[in-house]
Design a protein around this ligand. Structure first.
Ligand SMILES: CC(C)(COP(=O)(O)OP(=O)(O)OC[C@H]1O[C@@H](n2cnc3c(N)ncnc32)[C@H](O)[C@@H]1OP(=O)(O)O)[C@@H](O)C(=O)NCCC(=O)NCCS
Length: 214
């Protein structure tokens, strides 16, 4: 097992890791293939101005987990330009797929995207107040509970600290391993309820966490 920086080849390798963990295909039940949905999620995450990537590669060199994030002080103009271009490309590609029906009936898809957009907008609202953001943190099931996640978070926190960052944020939901953040020393910044997150029957099912770097 080794930790490397993100490369394009990791994209398709990470899709099954996400797919085994999170049921994103529920958002577009009539999509031609669940793969389209996972591609959209992963591409959206990777389109941001990321400047911290830890990809866990197994002995065959395949990506089996990652922690990707942003340390704002290190976001350069190049990162920003790349992010704008990537997001533009993603919008065009996704619109095309929607219009040719890859995600299911067009009207329902746009309704769903509106709901998801407003949820993400709400959850991301506070990002500007923090110096670092964890955008995606996941390990293949077989690797969990062995201390690897904590090591990866330590690496991110150390890099943030080196760069003078004082705070980190992330959002998650009740269907994720949010207990990790409580154990690690994150504090709850804000809780929300959304009918489209996991466990909608709970009064609060979306969590924005914060971590103070000492
Ligand atoms: C979140 C994740 C990356 C953590 O990695 P991990 O390697 O399993 O975590 P670690 O083994 O390093 O655990 C670190 C600490 O968190 C605790 N912890 C981890 N998972 C836990 C769980 N499900 N419930 C309670 N505590 C948990 C561990 O007991 C450990 O505590 P300790 O420091 O007191 O020993 C991994 O569990 C995962 O991929 N989860 C699914 C995806 C996800 O939900 N990601 C995060 C939300 S976006």
């Amino acid at each position: 097992m080794k930790i490397v920086n993100y490369e394009k080849k990791h994209f398709s390798q990470l899709l099954p890791v996400l797919q085994k963990t999170w049921n994103f295909s529920k958002f577009f039940p009539e999509a031609e293939s669940p793969r389209f949905v996972y591609e959209l999620v992963l591409e959206s995450v990777l389109s941001g101005p990321l400047n911290h990537t830890q990809i866990v590669e197994n002995d065959e060199g395949k990506a089996v987990g990652c922690l990707v994030g942003t340390i704002k002080k290190n976001v350069t103009t190049t990162h920003k330009v790349k992010a704008v271009l990537d997001i533009g490309k993603l919008i065009v590609k996704t619109l095309y797929k929607i219009l040719i029906g890859k995600f299911g009936p067009i009207g329902e898809v746009f309704e769903r995207l509106k709901e998801i957009g407003s949820l993400i907008g709400n959850l991301e609202r506070d990002k500007a107040k923090f110096d670092g953001v964890v955008e995606l943190f996941i390990l293949d099931e077989s690797l969990r509970g062995k201390g690897l996640g904590k090591r990866m978070m330590n690496t991110f926190v150390s890099e943030c600290k080196q760069e003078g960052a004082k705070s980190i944020t992330l959002w998650t939901d009740r269907g994720c391993t949010f207990e990790f953040y409580d154990k690690y020393g994150f504090e709850m910044h804000r809780k929300i309820h959304s009918p489209i997150l996991s466990f909608p029957e709970c009064s609060e099912n979306g969590f924005v966490y914060k971590f103070t770097i000492s």
